[in-house]
Design a protein around this ligand. Structure first.
Ligand SMILES: [Zn+2]
Length: 309
């Protein structure tokens, strides 16, 4: 994707290259230093404007800017095109189920086929563009009611454990949709439990657009939005609240080849993990280990979970 910036009398737009469609916009706010001004224009400092710094941190930062202060028309919002990449993994065309390692089956949803006819799924913002241009996941499975959350994904992990505690305590609406990557994450967590030979207490996994931080910042990029990230607070009797606890976890997760928290990748992991947060990234208040498998999305999702289709 390439981008450019457009300024007209209404707003500043981050535009999709080669189109008149915007990815994000910032409305012009009339300055209040001239009380009663109703027909202010961006000229002569009568408007204030904050250009989002994240636009320039994208992999495709805008290279050009077009200014037309007489233009009062609103460009249309950019909708990402259907991804037409040929998928080499087994595709779910013959089956509409995904099977967890426990044997539990869940209804598999391709959001591109479900389309706009499913407003509840649309609330989960499948394929929406995040701040650096990465798209949110395409493939989900469906949870019909709270009882479904009690299903086992693996011998020792329930689906409930992979949903954000915050969202659960705020109340969940059904149906609820979860990226299919959660199934592989659960499988790796079961294998990690086997390596520790101790129970792992999980505090957060998938965070949907209903998660409070994303209500405030809808295009924020976090692996928790992709179903590839997990937070856990203890291993057996060991509560994770010191640097040595992070070291203990990272040594096992990255098979003794740990390259340091905060690096992506943080090391090679036979369990498929790619990244762990450092104490610095937690503001030096250690209260959990974060592990994730990266920003798996679109055509990569089916490859990622191919063992479970
Ligand atoms: Zn986390």
């Amino acid at each position: 994707m390439s981008t450019w910036i457009k300024l007209n009398s209404k707003a500043l737009y981050l535009m999709k290259g080669g189109t008149n469609q915007f990815i994000e916009k910032v409305d012009l706010v009339p300055k209040v230093d001239r009380p009663g001004a109703t027909n202010a224009t961006p000229i002569a400092g009568k408007f204030s404007l904050n250009i989002p710094a994240r636009w320039f941190k994208r992999s495709d930062p805008p290279g050009q800017m077009a200014i037309n202060l007489k233009d009062t028309s609103e460009p249309s919002a950019f909708k990402p095109p259907v991804v037409t990449t040929i998928i080499t993994a087994a595709t779910p065309t013959t089956s509409n189920k995904i099977k967890a390692p426990s044997g539990e089956m869940f209804e598999f949803i391709d959001s591109k086929n479900a389309g706009t006819s499913n407003p509840t799924l649309a609330d989960f913002q499948p394929n929406e563009v995040l701040n650096d241009g990465t798209l949110l996941p395409r493939y989900y499975f469906k949870v019909n009611n709270f009882k479904d959350f009690s299903k086992q994904l693996t011998a020792n992990f329930q689906l409930l454990e992979f949903i954000s505690d915050t969202e659960i305590s705020n109340g969940i609406q059904f149906p609820y949709y979860i990226p299919v990557a959660i199934i592989r994450l659960a499988d790796s967590m079961q294998k990690l439990r086997g390596k520790f030979k101790e129970p792992i207490r999980v505090s957060s996994g998938y965070r949907s657009p209903f998660y409070p931080d994303y209500q405030n910042n809808p295009s924020y990029k976090s692996a928790h939005r992709f179903g590839t990230a997990i937070d856990f607070v203890s291993v057996g009797d060991r509560v994770i609240d010191r640097q040595e606890d992070l070291d203990f976890v990272d040594d096992v997760v990255f098979d003794g080849n740990f390259l340091g928290g905060g690096n992506r990748p943080s090391g090679n992991s036979s369990l498929g993990f790619e990244f762990t947060e450092s104490a610095a990234e937690m503001g030096f208040v250690i209260h959990h280990s974060h592990l994730d498998m990266g920003y798996i999305t679109q055509d990569k999702e089916l490859v990622h979970v191919k063992d479970f289709l």
